[in-house]
Design a protein around this ligand. Structure first.
Ligand SMILES: [Zn+2]
Length: 451
C-alpha cells in the first residue's frame, strides 16, 4: 500500500484558506475549507462583483480561487460544470474553528460527506447562518467535545481544544499507519484559555509526530502592537475613565472573549455596552454555553441592543427589537454608553453626532498594509467627525518567536508552516522545515515529496 500522505490545497504562502488532505490507503479526510485572505481574490471579485450563486464553484475555479478536489463538491455547487461531478471520495471534513477562512466554503461540499465540528463551533455557525450572514449548507454534522478519538476508516483523529480569538477552537492529532500528524489550526498562548493551548502542545510533544502542520500568521515582520486580553482590558479601562462623554469601539463579530472584556469594562465604568442586533443574536445563542461567561441580552444588566433604522427587519431581528435603543437614546445617554459600531454602520454617526475628540477603540488587528481600502474609509469618517482612533487588541495568534519555540519542542520529522506569508521565517530556526507547495503530496513518515 502507498504511504499515507499530506497535501495542501490552500493556506500555502497565504493567510487563511487552509485545506489539508490526509490520505491513508482508502481513507481521505480534509481539514478546514474556507477562502484565504489572498489579495488575488480581489483582483477578480469585490463587494459588488461576486461569483454567481447559480454556479459558484465554476466562477471561482475560473481564476483558481478554489481548488479542484475530485469527489468533494456537491452537484448543486457544480452547476454549470455538472460533467465534473463525482460521487463523494472524501470520507470526512474536520473544521478547526468557526472563522470564515476555515469554514466559509463548507456550503459547496457534497451533502453526503460528514462534517465534524466542535459542539460550540456548531452553535456559532448556526447563529451566523440563521442571522443571514453566511450559509454553511446542509451536512450530516457530527459534533465532538475534547480529546476523544474519532475513527474515520483506519485513521484516528483526536481534537484538542486550543485558545483562539473565537471560542471552541481546536487543534488535531491525526494517527496514520506511518506516524502522527499534528495540525494546530489557529491558536495563541496569551489569551484567556492559554492553559488549553499548553495541554495541546504537551500532547503533541509526547506524540513524537511525523509531521507538524503549524499556522504562522504572525511569523516574519510583525510591527503590529499586541496586548494580552488583560492588557486590552486595562487599556480600555483607562480610556473610559478619562472620557467624559460617549465612547465607541469595534471588534471582530465572533470574538466573544473581547465582547466579554468590553462588557466588563463598560460595567465597571458605569456604562452600558450597546451592541448591534447581530452581536446580540450571537450572545443569545451562546447563553447556554457553560464554558463561556457571556452577557446575555435581556438578562445581563448594562447590556443594550442598538437598532439601526431599516425598512424591514428580518424575523431573527424582530425578536430583539422590543428593548432596543436608537441613536437618540445613545445621544441622551452618551456618558453612560460604550457603543459597539463597525465601519459598515458608520452612517449612524450622522445621527449620533458624537462630540469632537470622542474615542473610537479599534479592538481588532491593525490593517495589513497602508493601502488598505477599508482603512482609508475608516479614517475619512473618523476625520470628518473629529473622532480619535485608539488601538487595543490581543491577537488570536502566537507570535513568530512562540511558534519557533513550539516547533523546537515538538520536534516533528517535518515542520510544515502554513497560514502564513512568511514560511521562510522558520528556516534555520526550527529543524526540518519544509515550506509546502500547493497540490504536492508529502509522504509519511519522512515528509518526502511523492511524485
Ligand atoms: Zn485562520
Amino acid at each position: 500500500m502507498r504511504a499515507p500522505t499530506v497535501r495542501f490545497y490552500g493556506g500555502v504562502r497565504e493567510i487563511g484558506g487552509n485545506k489539508i488532505l490526509i490520505e491513508d490507503g482508502p481513507d481521505r479526510i480534509l481539514f478546514d475549507f474556507g477562502p484565504s485572505f489572498d489579495p488575488r481574490f480581489e483582483e477578480y471579485y469585490l463587494d459588488y462583483l461576486q461569483p454567481r450563486s447559480t454556479s459558484p464553484v465554476k466562477d471561482l475555479l475560473e481564476f483558481q480561487l478554489i481548488p479542484w478536489i475530485p469527489g468533494l463538491y456537491s452537484r448543486e455547487a457544480l452547476a454549470g460544470l455538472s460533467e465534473r461531478y463525482e460521487p463523494p471520495q472524501i470520507h470526512a471534513v474536520f473544521v478547526s474553528h468557526a472563522h470564515f477562512d476555515h469554514a466559509g466554503y463548507l456550503r459547496y461540499i457534497d451533502p453526503e460527506i460528514p462534517v465534524h465540528v466542535g459542539g460550540g463551533t456548531r452553535t456559532i455557525l448556526d447563529a451566523i447562518d440563521s442571522s443571514g450572514t453566511t450559509s454553511y449548507g446542509e451536512h450530516p454534522w457530527q459534533t465532538f467535545g475534547g480529546k476523544r478519538a474519532i475513527r474515520v476508516g483506519g485513521l484516528e483523529v483526536v481534537p484538542y481544544p486550543v485558545d483562539h480569538s473565537v471560542p471552541h477552537a481546536y487543534g488535531f492529532i491525526v494517527r496514520t499507519r506511518e506516524g502522527s500528524v499534528v495540525y494546530t489550526g489557529d491558536f495563541r498562548q496569551h489569551g484567556p484559555r492559554a492553559a488549553l493551548t499548553a495541554e495541546f502542545v504537551e500532547a503533541a510533544v509526547e506524540e513524537q509526530p511525523a509531521a507538524l502542520i503549524i499556522e504562522g500568521t504572525r511569523a516574519g515582520p510583525d510591527p503590529r502592537k499586541n496586548f494580552t486580553e488583560q492588557g486590552v482590558r486595562e487599556g480600555v479601562d483607562g480610556l473610559l475613565a478619562r472620557t467624559p462623554g460617549l465612547a465607541m469601539a469595534s471588534c471582530y463579530p465572533r470574538d466573544v472573549d473581547r465582547l466579554g472584556t468590553l462588557y466588563r469594562a463598560a460595567v465597571d465604568s458605569g456604562r452600558d455596552l450597546v451592541v448591534p442586533l447581530r452581536t446580540a443574536y450571537l450572545l443569545g445563542a451562546l447563553a447556554g454555553d457553560r464554558e463561556l461567561e457571556v452577557p446575555v441580552p435581556g438578562r445581563a444588566p448594562n447590556l443594550k441592543i442598538y437598532r439601526r433604522p431599516k425598512k424591514r427587519y428580518a424575523t431573527w431581528e424582530q425578536e430583539l427589537l422590543d428593548e432596543a435603543v436608537d441613536s437618540s437614546w445613545v445621544r441622551d445617554h452618551a456618558r453612560e454608553s460604550l457603543l459597539l459600531i463597525d465601519v459598515n454602520q458608520f452612517p449612524e454617526l450622522i445621527d449620533l453626532r458624537p462630540e469632537k475628540g470622542t474615542p473610537y477603540v479599534r479592538s481588532m488587528s491593525e490593517p495589513f498594509s497602508e493601502e488598505d481600502g477599508n482603512d482609508r474609509v475608516l479614517h475619512n469618517w473618523l476625520d470628518h467627525f473629529g473622532l480619535r482612533l485608539e488601538q487595543f487588541h490581543a491577537s488570536g495568534h502566537c507570535s513568530g518567536a512562540e511558534l519557533i519555540e513550539i516547533g523546537r519542542r515538538i520536534r516533528a520529522r517535518t515542520f510544515f508552516p502554513i497560514h502564513t506569508e512568511h514560511p521562510e521565517a522558520f528556516e534555520g530556526e526550527v529543524e526540518n522545515v519544509r515550506s509546502p507547495q500547493k497540490f504536492v503530496a508529502y509522504g509519511l513518515p519522512d515528509g518526502r515529496e511523492i511524485a
